[in-house]
Write a protein of this length. Structure first.
Lengths: 355, 276, 282
């Protein structure tokens, strides 16, 4: 009897404690330090962890107010959807303009967000490269090597991953520049996706499949992800830069409606503008994003444009300018690219149709 | 007790089969988690489990679990009492509805709350004007956890109460006892071990919920990341030591809970024997 | 019998209003209202649109994968569940308590953790996967087999814990009588024990089956997620959600829900048939 009462008393106490905490947490929110929530996509977690450390003291020095930034990372499309669904983000920093548009379509971002910050609101860019195993045993150098028999490709699902859409479009552009017509390109892409061993739902999942679980021969990856793998696993991988790739422009925006409600609009704006400052651009470059500042970019540009990179250069100059980059405007913007390629029943679905 | 004493070979074949099966499916993954968590030595392990975000995630998981246990205990007792002590129409339907959450995919569990409380729901404007955050906040995580563990306690209580019948309660009622007195003095002693067992099961399942919580969490670091979600995050951040170290925390909790269960069962059966 | 009588007349036990009220309130808030919103959302589609979504080849393929892996895993668990329950109830051996204790591990271990470690173990260079790949050329992770392995893990406790209490209650006199009458142990099991545990087996099996169809956390890591090959239904729902296609997501979810309902009802019907047969025998 006694033990039972003790158990129940303990349970009741613990429960009361737990239930009291969210209430007290809510009361504390009203107090001085500003809380900013940045909802971003998968590979930027290290970038924003570093950037927040730079931004928080900067903001305090600038305004005298303390600020803490909460990060959230996941597949870009999923993150956009969650914000559109009520996840209260003050700013979004997503993999592509199309995903920010989803949030805008929900009425949360004022129109014209691509003009709010310089360079189409993308403070840093990236591109798609290949990551292969050391020594490049399958001799992979360009997109047409990916459609050979016996090459195992790892890429995430374009239906769920922003990075994967860029992968797909980069491949498309390559075959287009080879002079293939639409039907031929589709056939080449079909072959490419037939070689896909694991179709993960996000970029990070794919990297793990390739790097940790040793699946496939080549990973189609964000440049920053590929360099991170070189850094984390020295000597095990090589980056192969294809002749043609795509200019990925991750887009940032203030979620105006939420920021106004939280009273954080100014802080949110400063958070994104500061991404263009020189010290921030250096952090971006150090995390293997291509900085938009010319000056910083030159500091990180490799002298030789070799298409095979075996290690992170000791001098930190990693940017390879020796690649033909196409941007999304070539595909008519995101709305069109999505409708033509990724919507239900569109081109990507037809690849997987059984014939 | 042992009618099959003469079939020695069969006995050992079956025992071996069971042991091999469980080793491969249960123990090997456990061993793998522990081995990977300690791959980089004890210091790295300790650093990983005392990490700020790991601790916050663990605390959130504990909170959600306690909520789920509290709500499901109240519900389980009420539902079991109501379904076994009284006769009314629609009993079967209620009973089926209670079971439904176990068979619903966790993803759907997340989806239904998203549809009910999300921005496209007709409830959203009201919730927003009162500044109530449900999804992508702690309450959503709690709701999802309650949902996936919903029948666990009532399912443990129902058979016990059905077997016990209603005689004792009726006698007590005839003597003029009120509902709470009857419950405390007559019913509770019968169901106490089943109740605790249900609580233990509920706790176990609540701690580990991933799918439903993943849909509703929003993955705000240090705010709405539960331990299982944070493990996924670490895993994808190349921090395998961290991921498996955090997993080992859950493994330890799981083992404590399982030990508790064994102890409860032993106490329970002993007490029953005495009563008999 | 007494219980039946109690059922027919109005109960004199107090507390019906309170317990019924609490039950219905929590049930509505947690389960019914949210489920209704799913139905409401799906009802914005016409039946033709609904069928159109459900009949898409990719959706049908994922249903097939989910159902077939869940069935295979539940069958494995049914067989192993009987053996485990039998071993735990009828035999004494060192380590029995330990085995009994870890049966619930799949409940207690987060599915994501289980998924990650199972994947690592069964990829072609994992502890187990390497053996299978080198010896037989079988790939476990990222295949149909991998999903089944994860689901076997998830389903272990269900069958064991359903059968165990029933097995404990079976009077060994019947078995002894059967043995004395000359039945061998296989016949005794088939004719005496199996019919007794059948209802429990069915309910354990259906619960495991239902749980496996919906499982997400452990499967996403091990599945490989290739459309038509290793894409399960919950993953497809997630994918549709991420494509902002609420109509498709809710339609598929509704179809899954219908399957869950069918499974539960089938269980209820089979239970009542089985218990009638047993009471008829008595």
């Amino acid at each position: 009897m006694k033990t039972r009462r003790n158990i129940f008393a303990f349970a009741a106490l613990a429960a009361a404690l737990a239930l009291a905490v969210p209430a007290s947490g809510r009361a504390a929110e009203k107090k001085d330090p500003i809380e900013l929530t940045n909802v971003s996509y998968d590979p930027t977690r290290e970038l924003y962890a570093a950037y927040n450390k730079l931004f928080e003291p900067h903001y305090e020095k600038l305004t005298g107010r303390k600020i803490t930034v909460t990060q959230s990372h996941g597949g870009s499309g999923k993150q956009a959807l969650e914000v559109a669904n009520g996840l209260e983000a003050d700013v979004v920093t997503l993999a592509l303009e199309g995903d920010v548009q989803i949030v805008a379509d929900a009425g949360l971002i004022d129109p014209g967000f691509t003009a709010e910050f310089p360079l189409d609101s993308s403070p840093y860019t990236s591109t798609i490269v290949f990551l292969v195993r050391a020594g490049n045993p399958k001799n992979i150098h360009d997109w047409n090597d990916l459609i050979r028999d016996g090459v195992g490709v790892i890429t995430p699902n374009p239906k769920t991953s922003g990075g994967a859409m860029w992968n797909y479009l980069a491949a498309w552009r390559y075959f287009e520049l080879q002079g293939q017509n639409d039907a031929q390109i589709l056939e080449s892409i079909r072959k490419l996706y037939r070689n896909v061993v694991v179709l993960d739902s996000g970029a990070r999942g794919s990297t793990t499949s390739f790097v940790e679980n040793k699946q496939g021969d080549v990973l189609l990856a964000w440049e920053n992800e590929a360099f991170l793998s070189l850094k984390e696993y020295p000597g095990e991988y090589e980056i192969v830069v294809p002749s043609v790739s795509i200019l990925c422009q991750p887009t940032v925006a203030v979620v105006d409606k939420v920021a106004r409600k939280h009273g954080t609009a100014d802080a949110a704006k400063e958070y994104l503008s500061y991404l263009y400052s020189e010290e921030s651009q250096v952090i971006e470059a150090k995390n293997f994003y291509r900085p938009s500042s010319k000056k910083v970019r030159e500091r990180f540009t490799a002298a030789t444009g070799s298409s095979t990179i075996k290690a992170v250069p000791a001098d930190g100059r990693w940017i390879n300018e020796n690649v033909h980059l196409t941007d999304i405007k070539h595909f008519g913007g995101w709305a069109k690219a999505r409708a033509v390629h990724f919507a239900n029943g569109a081109k990507f679905d037809s690849i997987y149709e059984r014939r | 007790m042992e009618p099959q004493t003469n079939s020695g070979p069969l006995k050992w074949t079956l025992i071996t089969a069971s042991a091999v099966f469980l080793s491969v499916f249960l123990l090997l993954p456990l061993a793998y988690i522990v081995a990977t968590a300690l791959r980089q030595g004890m210091d790295a392990y300790l650093a990983a489990i005392t990490d700020k975000y790991t601790c916050k995630a663990a605390w959130l998981t504990i909170q959600a679990t306690l909520w789920a246990v509290a709500v499901n205990t109240v519900f389980g007792i009420a539902a079991a009492w109501c379904l076994t002590k009284f006769a009314f129409r629609g009993k079967k339907i209620i009973s089926t509805c209670i079971d439904l959450p176990v068979t619903v995919s966790p993803i759907i569990a997340g989806l239904i709350y998203l549809l009910t409380f999300g921005r496209q729901s007709f409830l959203y404007p009201y919730l927003d004007s009162w500044n109530i955050k449900i999804i992508f906040a702690v309450p959503g995580i709690v709701l999802a956890t309650i949902f996936v563990t919903f029948p666990f306690i009532s399912r443990e209580l129902l058979p016990v109460l059905t077997a016990q019948g209603t005689d004792e309660e009726e006698a007590a009622a005839l003597m003029g006892a009120g509902a709470f007195t009857i419950f405390r003095k007559v019913t509770l002693p019968h169901i106490k071990w089943a109740l605790l067992y249900g609580v233990v099961l509920c706790t176990a399942r609540a701690m580990g919920e991933f799918g439903a919580v993943s849909v509703l969490s929003g993955h705000l670091w240090g705010k709405t990341n539960t331990l299982p979600l944070y493990i996924e995050l670490l895993y994808q951040g190349y921090d395998f030591t961290g991921a498996f170290a955090a997993s080992s925390l859950l493994v330890v909790m799981a083992i404590i809970i399982l030990a508790l269960r064994l102890w409860l069962e032993r106490r329970g059966s002993k007490e029953l024997d005495i009563r008999k | 019998m007494k219980f039946r009588n109690g059922n027919k007349r109005k109960s004199i036990i107090p507390g019906f209003g309170l317990s019924f009220g609490v039950t219905i309130t929590i049930l509505s808030l947690v389960v019914l209202i949210p489920l209704c919103s799913l139905v409401v959302f799906a009802s914005r589609l016409s039946p033709a649109e609904f069928l159109n979504i459900i009949m898409r080849p990719r959706v049908m393929a994922s249903f097939w994968i989910s159902l077939s892996t869940a069935l295979a895993a539940s069958l494995v668990n049914a067989v192993m569940g009987i053996i485990l329950a039998w071993v735990l109830v009828r035999y004494e051996f060192p380590g029995k308590r330990f085995i009994d204790g870890i049966i619930e591990l799949p409940f207690a271990l987060p599915t994501a953790v289980a998924g990650i470690s199972l994947t690592h173990l069964t990829t072609t260079n994992g502890w187990v996967g390497k053996v299978f790949y080198d010896l037989f050329g079988i790939r476990i992770a990222y295949s149909w087999l991998g999903i089944t392995v994860a689901l076997v893990f998830i389903g272990i406790p269900f069958v064991v814990r359903s059968i165990q209490p029933v097995l404990e209650k079976i009077d060994s006199q019947y078995e002894e009588a059967a043995m004395i009458l000359g039945a061998d142990s296989a016949t005794t099991f088939r004719k005496v024990i199996f019919p007794e545990i059948l209802p429990a087996l069915i309910s354990g099996f259906t619960l495991a089956f239902a749980r496996c169809i919906g499982e997400y956390g452990s499967v996403v890591f091990i599945a490989g997620n290739t459309p038509y090959k290793t894409e399960i239904v919950p993953l497809l729902i997630m994918a549709e959600l991420q494509e902002f296609d609420y109509a498709a997501a809710t339609s598929i979810a509704l179809a899954m829900l219908a399957i869950a309902f069918i499974i539960l009802s089938a269980n209820a019907i089979l239970q009542s048939i089985a218990s009638r047969r047993i009471s008829g025998l008595n």
